[in-house]
Design a protein around this ligand. Structure first.
Ligand code: ADP
Ligand code: F6P
Length: 322
């Protein structure tokens, strides 16, 4: 049986990463395995920023946002010679297995490390919910709650002043934070990379709502699609609503993880350690139909995106009706 397990966080941080780290550390200790944390993702692996931790390390981090061991984007890790330094460091320290918490970029590193002799298992840590092989990612629920709380607050003031608000939401190329956020707040108009409305279509929809005397309008849009402030100006011109834009930004990445994120992080962390103890590697843990599954990283990277067009259409239908 393996004697030492390492854990690292990589890519953009996400609430719940600490809960996953705590679960890995505690699961390892409960099985008589020494737990090690790697600071600053793959960068720390190459620089040997690796520390043994004990049960005290895991006792109070479950509720904390961010990642207490740091995360990094480290493009050099794509080079085999750089990864070889990481493998040598781990082997020198006798660490045979690694849990990698991150997104699909991080899994590619994990898969390559496994092929170089260090068994790795990935956990889905990102607010974007863009890991196709998992229904939900660690951090998504917390970020979604932040989005919903923010839009609710923006709605209060838009309603008081008979205004329209454009709200820009994170997600990289994935529209889930916007779609779920729009669903949970009743945002009248929403647009994502998967279901894009042109600026003209958005203006026309808001104008229609103005003609129906709608008191306030929320336009929820995914990041990296429009200039939110310019879009607000166009909407104001087309509809007559005084229109303001809010870019939610990094507020969405922070905060204490919700109970659901802690639950997913903890159960997935325990499951990942089980896989490594069973001698497996090159796997990624996801939640599929309410069950934890471990799949080959290779196959998960090539899975097609789920088609949510029906969800978009149904929500747009009821929003257009009032
Ligand atoms: P995420 O894991 O959230 O998708 P990134 O795409 O930024 O975030 O990837 C995180 C890190 O994973 C990168 O900075 C790099 O260290 C490593 N990585 C990404 N792609 C590869 C790859 N093809 N091969 C090896 N390592 C990679
Ligand atoms: O992947 C998480 C995420 O927050 C995306 O939603 C966003 O596009 C990106 O990271 C922002 O990255 P950075 O913090 O480097 O600006």
């Amino acid at each position: 049986m393996i004697k030492k397990i390492g854990v690292l966080t990589s890519g953009g941080d996400a609430p719940g990463m600490n809960a996953a780290i705590a679960a890995v550390v505690k699961a390892a200790i409960s099985k008589g395995i020494e737990p090690y944390v790697v600071k600053e993702g793959y960068k720390g692996l190459v620089n040997k920023w690796i520390e043994k931790v004990n049960i005290n390390f895991a006792s109070d981090i479950i509720s904390r946002g961010g990642t207490v061991i740091g995360s990094a984007r480290f493009v050099e890790f794509k080079e085999e010679s750089v990864r070889q330094v990481a493998v040598n460091n781990l082997k020198e320290m006798g660490i045979e297995a690694l849990v990698v918490i991150g997104g699909d970029g991080s899994y590619q590193g994990a898969e390559k490390l496994t092929r170089m002799g260090i068994n790795c298992v990935g956990l889905p840590g990102t607010i974007d919910n863009d890991i196709v092989s998992s229904d939900y990612t660690i951090g998504f629920d917390t970020a979604l709650n932040t989005v919903v709380r923010s839009i609710d607050q923006i709605r209060d003031t838009m309603q008081s002043h008979n205004r329209c608000a454009v709200v820009e939401i994170m997600g990289n190329g994935c529209g889930d934070l916007t779609l779920y956020g729009a669903t949970a707040t009743g945002a009248e108009v929403f647009s994502t990379h998967e279901s894009k409305l042109s600026e003209e279509e958005i203006c026309a929809k808001v104008k229609e709502l103005a003609e129906k005397n709608k008191r306030s309008v929320i336009v929820a849009v995914s990041e990296k699609m429009y200039d939110a402030h310019k879009l607000a100006e166009k909407i104001e011109k087309a509809s007559g609503y005084v229109t303001r834009a809010t870019i939610l930004g990094h507020v969405q990445r922070g905060g204490s993880p919700t109970a659901m994120d802690r639950y997913l992080a903890t159960t997935a962390g325990m499951f990942a350690v089980d896989q490594l103890v069973a001698g497996k590697g090159g796997l990624y843990v996801g939640m599929s139909d309410n069950k934890l599954v471990a799949r080959d990283i290779d196959s998960t990277l090539n899975m097609p995106k789920k088609d949510k067009s029906n969800e978009y259409n149904e929500l747009r239908k009821i929003n257009a009706a009032c």
